[in-house]
Design a protein around this ligand. Structure first.
Ligand code: ARG
Length: 495
């Protein structure tokens, strides 16, 4: 979106020349210009240009409040607001060149404003600091990012629920330790992931709710002597209220940690699903076939169809976890209030957002386009004596045997079947009776995967009827999350 245009714009035009800008905000205190090496470590415009829209929205709210409070004259307010609109327009259309010698997005915007409207621009920073400004911008950005990810997750949940609906009675082996454990249905497996992604949605929504206090007005660290109205700026920017403590306001990055932690958890869910798709699509499993357009060829082996997209989803969890660790480490031991360390907060968040948004989109396409090889899955559902528990349960129920005893007997039967190289269901009734006298034909029937799955009717279980109920419930809960998402502060475009 606009951020792309903004990125390209670093090669654009205007916003003064390098030399004249270098000392522009060093004020009266400095004799020496900044060393170019300082500029290289200090400048954040290379990435914080992504905050342009939020920065200008924050400034518009701030100057509006300054006007209404009589701190600035109406004429200045109008000039500044008009100028800011133009700056945003220029930045989005790529007409302004953003300069590293102006450090960051905040200084670049102010410099361009000053070029456009002259001395009035110098009044914008009254009763404000870059410290509360950047905290506000970053919160606005993170709020929008959470909303964007949440919408994408909602789509992914729907894709999974649709698949579950269609495969509520498609048998497959359920695994523990990646060994066949008990038969389940493919629909049930899909819904397990729908649950995870709905929890992620809830975490993003909660994070967005928690962050929704406005730091603007905390100024550098101590508040301001100007008669500002913090409730007003908070309201204008869609925050629920102003933050309570000025020191905390400028040094808090919990909201970014929330975003990164939630993203890390979501990435772990995506990675697990990606891994299963990789395994299931292998020739040894052949449970699923990935949509051809999401697989890649090999440069040497002409026959290959590799699951690159899923593998990269699996791997990107690494950088997304890393981003959380990066910010935790930046914040560790940082004394109050603001330190320039805090400038290192943005890239991890931007990267997690970009990576995760891409992964969710890819996974949604993978799930939607997934071909399910029901026949192969069904065949495998009964592998490795996966219905042994069903026989033990039958003995408990019908022969009133203690479960431990039944477990022991079925274990012996499994050993015998293995020795004979057959399945439990292939053992004759007479053989079964040698181990437990009461066993009859009914016991043999419970050894089929179909019976096993249909009998698991407990709430949250894998019986097809339950899976249908669960799919409906998931659809409803996902829609309820959509509803609470709509009730949250909408993105800046709408205000
Ligand atoms: N670019 C800075 C950041 O991202 C803005 C705040 C600068 N504040 C300061 N006191 N130098 O954190």
């Amino acid at each position: 979106m606009e951020e792309k245009a903004i990125q390209e714009m670093t090669t654009g035009a205007t916003n003064g020349s390098g030399q004249e800008n270098a000392g522009r905000f060093r004020g009266g205190r400095y004799e020496q210009a900044a060393a170019s090496i300082l500029e290289r470590i200090n400048a954040s415009i290379g990435f914080d240009h992504r905050l342009a829209k939020q920065d200008i929205a924050g400034s518009v709210a701030h100057v509006t409040m300054l006007g209404r409070q009589g701190i600035l004259a109406d004429a200045d307010v109008e000039r500044i607001q008009g100028g800011l609109d133009q700056v945003l327009d220029e930045i989005i259309s790529g007409r302004t060149k953003l300069l590293p010698e102006l450090e960051d997005i905040h200084m670049n915007v102010e410099a361009r404003l000053s070029d456009l409207i002259g001395p009035s621009a110098g009044r914008l920073h009254t009763a404000r600091s870059r410290n509360d400004q950047v905290a506000t911008d970053f919160k606005l950005w993170t709020r929008e990012a959470s909303e964007t990810i949440d919408v994408a997750l909602s789509e992914l949940v729907l894709a999974l629920v649709d698949k579950a609906d269609r495969h509520a009675d498609t048998l497959m082996p359920g695994f523990t330790h990646l060994q066949c454990a008990q038969p389940v249905t493919f629909g049930h497996h899909c819904l397990a992931y729908a649950e995870m992604f709905m929890r992620d949605r809830d975490r993003y929504l909660q994070g967005a709710r928690r962050l929704n206090e406005c730091p603007l007005g905390a100024a550098a660290l101590a508040g301001t002597s100007f008669p500002i109205d913090r409730d007003m700026t908070a309201r204008l920017l869609g925050f629920d209220r102003p933050t309570a403590n000025s020191l905390d306001s400028v040094s808090d990055r919990d909201f970014a940690l929330d975003f990164l932690a939630t993203s890390a958890i979501a990435a772990s869910h995506l990675s697990r699903l990606a891994e299963e798709l990789v395994i299931w699509s292998s020739a040894q499993f052949r449970f699923v076939t990935m949509p051809e357009e999401l697989t890649a060829g090999s440069s040497i082996m002409p026959q290959k169809r590799n699951p690159d997209a899923a593998e990269l989803v699996r791997a990107k969890s690494g950088r997304i976890y890393g981003n959380l660790m990066t910010l935790l480490t930046v914040l560790k031991g940082l004394p109050l209030a603001y330190g320039k360390d805090l400038q290192e907060d943005k890239e991890p968040v931007f990267d997690s957002f970009d990576s995760l948004a891409l992964c969710i989109e890819v996974m949604t396409a993978l799930v939607r386009g997934l071909e399910v090889n029901s026949r192969v899955m069904k065949q495998a559902a009964g592998d490795q004596h996966s219905t042994a528990t069903d026989l033990a349960d039958w003995m408990v129920r019908t022969l009133d045997m203690p479960f431990r005893e039944a477990h022991g007997i079925v274990g012996q039967l499994v050993r015998l079947a293995d020795q004979r190289g057959c399945g439990l269901a292939d053992l004759s009734l007479d053989t079964l009776r040698d181990f437990a006298a009461g066993i009859n034909e009914e016991a043999q029937a419970v050894l089929t995967a179909q019976y096993s799955v249909e009998s698991r009717k407990s709430m949250g279980g894998t019986a097809p009827a339950q899976v249908q109920v669960a799919a409906n419930s998931a659809r409803q809960r996902n829609a309820a999350l959509d509803e609470s998402a709509r009730a949250r502060p909408s993105n800046m475009e709408n205000r």
